[in-house]
Structures are given as structure tokens and as C-alpha cells.
Ligand binder design. Structure first.
Ligand SMILES: [Zn+2]
Ligand SMILES: [Zn+2]
Length: 96
């Protein structure tokens, strides 16, 4: 009998450690609160906070968002250009 393979189950501890998954709200953290950011963003009490730390966080988020936006727009543009390349010529006019 081999009892060596005792189920090594992970601790069923749902303690929120810094997994990277359960990220905490950066704004709340500025004020000493530890609140998971998931589903909280819209209700964050510091969403409109203008303190230095929150401004920094929001500034950074904006930069990241803008980068994402531009990259996506660029990809879209390239896709559009590729799609509308051989458009002229064939007229898909399937008459009767
Ligand atoms: Zn928050
Ligand atoms: Zn703040």
C-alpha cells in the first residue's frame, strides 16, 4: 500500500494574498483601505478624489488606457486597409 501520495490539496484559505488576481483598488489603498478592485471601480468612494496619490494613480491609468486605445485603433486601421484593398473591380451586384 502506498500512502505516500497523500492528497496535497492547497489550503482552502480564501485569504486574499497578493496573487495579482485579487488586485486591490489603488485609489482606496492610497487612503489605507484594502478593497478588491473587482466590481468596485464604479462605486469607489475615491473615484473623484483629487489628492496627490490618487491623481498619480489615475494619471497612470489614463496613460495605459490611451496606449491601449491607440494600439487598438491602429490595429483596426490596418485591418480596414487590408480588407478594403481589392474592393474595386468586382461589383457584387447579384441582380435577378
Ligand atoms: Zn476604491
Ligand atoms: Zn485620494
Amino acid at each position: 500500500m502506498d500512502k505516500a501520495a497523500q492528497a496535497t490539496r492547497p489550503e482552502g484559505n480564501s485569504e486574499m494574498r497578493s496573487n495579482g488576481i485579487n488586485r486591490l483598488c489603488a485609489l482606496c489603498r492610497n487612503h489605507g483601505l484594502k478593497i478588491p478592485v473587482k466590481g468596485h471601480k464604479r462605486f469607489c468612494g475615491y473615484r473623484l478624489c483629487l489628492c496627490k496619490e490618487c491623481c498619480l494613480v489615475k494619471e497612470r491609468q489614463r496613460v495605459v488606457a490611451m496606449h491601449l486605445y491607440f494600439r487598438r485603433a491602429q490595429e483596426q486601421e490596418e485591418a480596414d486597409r487590408g480588407a478594403s484593398r481589392d474592393r474595386s473591380g468586382e461589383d457584387v451586384n447579384g441582380g435577378e
